[in-house]
Ligand binder design. Structure first.
Ligand code: WQD
Length: 425
């Protein structure tokens, strides 16, 4: 059964990879993204990159059926053409969009990540809107134009360190943005949401591996983590008050890697905050050296990985995390949608999306496709020693588990980075 899925933040890292899986699963996808953290749609008509990363011989846009659009209008999936800056309404007429909705349908006006999703899947998103969730009129208009069945909500600022420096920006963007979205959904009668949450809500774990019964909100060390916890609580309260709401909270551990094509991937602005993209940028020569934040953690926690290193007379005591391939994460969202539309789901429920395996920083360095220089420096403020997921509930109730291993995470991250040294240009 396919549905119309509105994806907020769908131009971003996890969002764009999830759009691939949604399209391949047969869903119709509408994307809303303010592109503050992802490359925006090109001002002019951009040729569609071919699968090998090159460009089409001409600069027309191949339509869904593989032909080429002879003029510079945008082919609709149903063969119609977009004659101007209008936004297709639900019943196919054209009406003038508001300034916020000037984005026209079709690959020419998609951000690079979604234009490449089109190349990867051979399918188009139904529409893309460069809209902030804080723009309530524009957001409401989108729900008028499209009969949305469910929302997957990725849109958020997510840099831990930045959130400490700019808490108000994070609370307005992440919490007020979510509240506006929920109000607009309520008014439109759309009461199914999958929320992109984070293992950060667990704070410093009291036990490992960490399952969904672990307390949340305690020991959270930064405004970013607080926004994730507050948004979870808002949606839980909503589902308690109004039994029509269905809420799935997906708590990601550490998303890494890229689609196997190398065409889409993680494209951080400025120096990467996270480990694997930083390693990849050192490997491609964009960064000089990796700083390993502390090697004095008590991470000899008996996991099989560390016992192996002890055997090799190398006790790694760097931070341990549960890294999960972004395509496995994307598959978790499709599984959550399937669950949501099954009869037996009501209310709100949280699932951990990880692998259940802890990997230390130096193990990641060892596993990476290219050897890189690194130096040990002091600990990073707010870091915990170990975060590892218990994912038994997602396996039991969603029929989902991660399948890609550390080597594939590293190989796919390297392919994306080496084919796109400057990200989406
Ligand atoms: C992993 C390990 C660092 C960079 C955060 C957010 C989480 C999610 C993922 C959004 C730690 C070490 C890192 C570097 C290093 N964000 N490290 N040198 O902090 O576990 O999680 O990002 O979805 O919500 O909390 O991920 O990749 O930053 O760090 O040594 O240059 O790598 O100390 O042990 P983290 P990370």
């Amino acid at each position: 059964m396919n549905h119309t899925v509105l994806v907020t933040g769908g131009a971003g890292f996890v969002g764009s990879h999830t759009v691939v899986e949604l399209l391949l699963a047969g869903h119709q996808v509408v994307v809303v993204d303010n592109c503050v953290n992802s490359a925006a749609p090109p001002a002019n008509i951009a040729p569609l990159p071919s699968v090998n990363g090159g460009h089409d011989k001409d600069d027309t846009v191949p339509s869904v059926n593989g032909g080429h659009d002879k003029d510079d209008t945008v082919p609709f999936v149903n063969g119609g053409h977009d004659k101007g800056d209008t936004v297709p309404s639900v019943n196919g007429e054209h009406d003038k969009g508001s300034p916020a909705l000037l984005t026209r349908r079709g690959v020419k006006h998609l951000p690079p990540s979604l234009a490449r999703v089109h190349t990867i899947t051979g399918k188009e998103v139904t529409a893309f809107y460069t809209v902030s969730l804080l723009d309530r009129p524009a957001l409401s208009q989108i729900f008028v134009k499209h009969k949305v069945d469910v929302v997957i909500h990725f849109a958020a600022l997510k840099a831990v360190g930045e959130s400490v420096e700019m808490p108000l920006t994070y609370y307005v963007n992440n919490v007020t943005g979510t509240l506006t979205l929920l109000e607009v959904m309520s008014e439109a009668g759309v009461k199914k949401i999958v929320y992109s949450s984070s293992a950060t809500v667990y704070g410093t774990p009291q036990y490992l591996p960490t399952d969904e019964r672990h307390p949340t909100g305690q020991g959270v060390t930064n405004p970013y983590g607080h926004t994730k916890h507050f948004c979870e609580q808002i949606m839980k309260d909503l589902a308690t008050a109004d039994k029509e709401w269905q809420v799935v909270l997906l708590r990601y551990f550490n998303p890494v890697g890229a689609h196997e094509s190398g065409m889409i991937g993680e494209d951080p602005r400025g120096p990467p905050n996270n480990l694997l993209p930083y390693i990849a940028q050192v490997a491609v020569g964009k960064r000089e050296i990796l700083s390993v934040y502390g090697d004095d953690y008590d991470t000899a926690d008996g996991t099989d990985i560390l016992s192996r290193y002890v055997a090799l007379k190398q006790v790694y005591s760097t931070g341990v995390r549960d890294y999960i391939h972004v395509m496995d994460l994307a598959g978790g969202h499709v599984a959550a949608l399937d669950k949501m539309f099954s009869e037996d789901f009501k209310g709100s429920v949280a699932y951990n999306l990880g692998t259940g395996r802890g990997v230390s920083v130096l193990e990641m360095v060892d596993a990476f496709t290219r050897k890189i220089p690194y130096k040990i420096v002091g600990r990073r403020e707010g870091d915990v020693a170990t975060m590892v997921a218990c994912c038994a509930l997602a396996e039991l109730q969603l029929g989902w588990r991660a399948t890609r291993d550390l080597n594939q995470m590293c190989a796919d991250a390297w392919r994306w980075q080496s084919q796109n040294p400057d990200g989406y240009v």
